[in-house]
Design a protein around this ligand. Structure first.
Ligand code: CO
Length: 182
């Protein structure tokens, strides 16, 4: 079982690597890793389990956060109380995006960043992702609001970018009126 301490911390240089494209079929190792990531994200969002195993809640995780520099990430989105939607995006890219940008008013979080970080991270309000599923089929996924932010956050991980890189150091709330808060 994956524990929170197994997730790389922001100081780890590996988080700055550019992850490599994945070829199909996936190896057993990759399939196992993806399933481990899904389980962690799911369990971490269920209070009893999270508490019992001391899991930090998160809705997204990229392979590089476990030290594997491959281009895939997993998102487990709670759409209703105890009801989850799981996304596995392999070799993902954004093929279209809204002009409108939004940001998380409370500040973005990351399983690799164990401190509160203030500031605005502008993200597209809507994106269409192209990616491959675990069977190697090409998929298109449209996302908006929180899910769209999550996809952009995870895609950044594959390029060695952490969310706070987008925050203006001198003026963390720069652009506040330009973007919509969610
Ligand atoms: Co993150």
């Amino acid at each position: 079982m994956l524990k929170t301490k197994d997730i790389l911390d922001e100081k780890d240089k590996r988080l700055r690597m550019t992850s490599k494209e994945v070829s199909f079929p996936l190896t057993k190792k990759d399939i196992d890793l993806i399933n481990t990531m899904i389980k962690y994200l799911h369990d971490s969002q269920i209070e009893d389990i999270a508490e019992k195993y001391d899991l930090r809640p998160g809705m997204g995780m990229s392979a590089i956060q476990l030290g594997v520099p491959k281009r895939y990430f997993v998102v487990v989105n709670e759409i209703d109380e105890g009801e989850f939607e799981t996304y596995v995006l392999i070799n993902p890219k954004i093929i279209s995006n809204s002009v409108e940008k939004i940001y998380v008013e409370m500040g973005e979080g990351c399983l690799s960043v164990n401190r509160p970080v203030e500031g605005i991270v502008p993200r597209y309000a809507r994106v269409t992702m192209e990616a491959y599923d675990m069977e190697g089929r090409k998929v298109h996924i449209r996302a908006r609001e929180e899910l769209a932010i999550c996809f952009q956050h995870e895609l950044d991980h594959l390029n060695g970018i952490l969310f706070f890189d987008h925050i203006d150091k001198k003026d963390p709330f720069k652009g506040k009126d330009q973007y919509r808060a969610i």
